[in-house]
Design a protein around this ligand. Structure first.
Ligand code: GRF
Length: 197
């Protein structure tokens, strides 16, 4: 079985979409993969409630409890790796995990680590993507699922979704339109990634 660990920091709606798809589409039986655990770096992340109510193992690892980024990432990897099995190393899905990861962490999970970013990469890496797209006068925006490499919001693209930017849009209305598409493409992209690797 390919165990998937999902990392969140907040509402975890992308995590929930992946969990629901994995159950609805019987990933365990069909693809030999299952969501094994959800880890948050914030105890208050509301997505933890969804994960608990769906019977998933959950863990909170507060980054503030560690002296630096490297120490946190080392502890995080040790926790994640408890979900590796002798035959199958764990796969890691970032879903609104608001931490920059060290190169050591990224190298450790090379080819086993995916992220979703709320822009059409390579445009608008980093934060405030929706406001930046509006300010730039973009007519379309979207989301990108990609393999994670040490450079922030780079890495081979697995899937993208495109939405219109409307003249009336605020960052919030555009974010909601993009998020609706994220919930469709992220589960599909993770499933295809697991099938094709
Ligand atoms: C999503 O827009 C995702 O692309 C970005 O952060 C947001 C997380 O939302 N990285 P959620 O926690 O999945 O609801």
């Amino acid at each position: 079985m390919k165990n998937i660990v999902i990392l969140i920091s907040g509402s975890g709606s992308n995590m929930a979409a992946i969990v629901k798809a994995s159950q609805r589409e019987h990933w365990a039986e069909q693809h030999g993969a299952c969501v094994a655990a959800v880890i948050s770096n914030k105890a208050a992340a509301s997505g933890l409630n969804f994960a608990r109510s769906h019977g998933l193992a959950t863990h909170v690892l507060e980054h503030t409890a560690y002296p630096d980024r490297a120490a946190f990432d080392t502890a995080l990897a040790a926790l994640i790796d408890t979900y590796s099995t002798p035959r199958q190393p764990v796969r890691v899905v970032l879903a609104g995990f608001m931490r920059i990861l060290t190169a050591d962490f990224v190298h450790h999970y090379a080819g086993r680590l995916v992220n979703i970013h709320p822009s059409l990469l390579p445009a608008f890496a980093g934060l405030n993507t929706h406001q930046r797209a509006i300010d730039a006068g973009c007519k379309v925006a979207g989301a990108t699922v990609h393999l994670v490499t040490p450079e922030l919001d780079h890495g081979p693209i697995l899937a993208q979704a495109v939405v219109p930017v409307l003249p009336s849009d605020s960052a919030a209305t555009l974010a909601q339109r993009v998020l609706t598409q994220e919930h469709l493409i992220y589960p599909q992209a993770v499933r295809a990634w697991l099938q094709n690797e």
